[in-house]
Design a protein around this ligand. Sequence first.
Ligand SMILES: [Zn+2]
Length: 235
Amino acid sequence: MAKKFIEGTEIVQAGFANGISTQLAEKQAIEGPEAALTEFEKHYIIEDAARAFGEFLTALGCDWENDPNSSDTPRRVAKAYVYDLWKGRYEPMDKITAFPSDGYDGIVFEGNIPVTSMCSHHHQAITGRVHIGYVPSKDGKVVGLSKLNRIVEQFARRGAIQEQLTVAIHNAVDKICEGNLGVAVMIEAGHNCVSCRGVKHQGASMKTAKLSGCFLNEDSARAEFYEFVKGYSCK
Ligand SMILES: [Zn+2]
């Protein structure tokens, strides 16, 4: 079964913290939506970002160049953004193999998918769990389970607000599981911008959910999803 590039998974304006980077958008405008940045192109982004982060530290009164613990920090931070923290902005979504559902039209559920993201507002960590359910139609498509984890990584590894991240994951699952009868996504997460700065409250968590199709319109499907979610808890 051939892997397929799924169109329509990017629903945020390119360049925004929760969208793809301007560099990737410019390349895709010329070469098409499957185009990816080369290591060389990523290296340039890291060089630029490292220079600017050094200036940021200088502005904060940090003599980083002479501090052995900070002298390579601008490069470390820039690399972490490109390869880990904002990885999903510099790479297109993986091609996905969707398989025929072979007559299965029950719920497919994966719970407790770890999510690590970063709030667009404060650049502080968001950590928690994602629960995803969908119902394929009898002649529709199902995906390999780990693809749901990969979808979470693709959209979480960016700047984010939890509300939009929930919608982005929902939209991608909906697009990939062609002919589905409903998709449900729930995120429970703690926000370091609440626990480490501002109000500084430890232990608060945020729940968001986006439901469509049968999960929105049928009490029994919605109840089944939340029954599956029960027992998992964010920490
Ligand atoms: Zn925040």
